[in-house]
Design a protein around this ligand. Sequence first.
Ligand code: GUN
Ligand code: ZN
Length: 444
Amino acid sequence: MTAGIKAIRGAALTFTGNPFQVEDEQFVRHESDALIIMEGGVITAFGDYAATRDRLPAGTEVTTYTDALILPGFIDTHVHYSQTQIIGAHGKQLIDWLSNYAYIAEQQFSSLEHGREVAKVFLRECVRAGTTTAMVYCTVYPQSVDAFFEEAEKINVRMIAGKVLMDRHAPPALLDTPRTGYDDSKALLQKWHKRGRQLYCITPRFAPTSSPEQMEMAGALWKEYPDAYLQSHVSEHRDEVAAVRRLFPERSGYLDVYDHYGQLGPRSVLGHGIHLTESELARCHETGTAIAHCPTSNLFLGSGCLNVDNLQRADRPVRVGLATDLGAGTSFSQLQTMNEAYKVAQLNGNALSAWHAYYMATRGAANALYLDDTIGSIEENLEADLMVLDLRSTPLIEYRMRYCKSLEESLFIQMTLADDRATRATYVAGELVYDRDRDQPHSF
Ligand code: GUN
Ligand code: ZN
């Protein structure tokens, strides 16, 4: 075997354009028998096997995946690693859920050891679900950020994460101050942003838990480091929208709070956005701000149904990526998240196609993160993050697939019926980090 080079063979699918904007399936590339060669963390060749095999360096072993589809690794544009232990906590809507579960679980992250343990579990579950990049909320404790990035670095996954900023309306143990929040975030940013594959994200949790002074300082920090990321929540729940109106009466609406404090623009990703108004969506478009669509979380907390079709309206498209939003979200699996995205769209009167769903979890998510020239597609020179989807991962799926008539139908069957059991393998920067048939979960 040639050192450092990996080659895999099988059916493969990747997006080349945006199905919300391009018609007649001109947005997708499907190879029924592809060869993908990876070296130095990137894809060095991708094409039809017969046409590409002469680019294989002599002696390179090829791993063949049958009854499978090789996809770009999934990208999760909004998730809280610190809430892994409270997934499926019963009851109430956003504000109660935060007080009764999230804020309690997050206090345990004052312990670096606890952070490490949870980060390990979280990253294991990501790769088991075929997710190779996520935009992650840590907690208010800087050590929870170190714990997360240290674990991410060990398996070389490209992660975007940051320390939560929160100086009011939360338990005292979880509060920072405008000054400490700024100083801690800056130190973490300087330590982790662009270290290897890691990227730093300035993280004011949401307008209700940051004072105007903290919002100001978060915006100022982003201005100092404009190539870093910024994340927050917006217009998730109607009660929350009403609270922001009371807390920031001088602002014209929820989005305007972030706008006023210089927090909109490329690489700003706001979770949810269900109740954004037309003028707010136009402002997202204008500034290049992205929305993370979190359907399992929105159904779980009864928050509402984001209209992604409207977000992508041709005259003012808003960038949108799919997201799990654990622990209010209910699955690490982007397949299950697509399943719920379809149902949410149905409730809005649109039958989201499989193309749209897979796009939002791969190239579309990379586009929302301004990383589409780096990850999210299978393309020469892009980073070699791939997931191999087993098309017959359960007896029911095996049976259903016998009646499948098209590629699009097979994608739809998978997103409706499959979950992490369908991840046959996950490659991160060209290395096999998860092989379902080799790895036991506890061996990670
Ligand atoms: N809004 C502010 N914080 C959170 C959170 O942790 N989860 C969700 N779903 N919404 C939030
Ligand atoms: Zn969230």
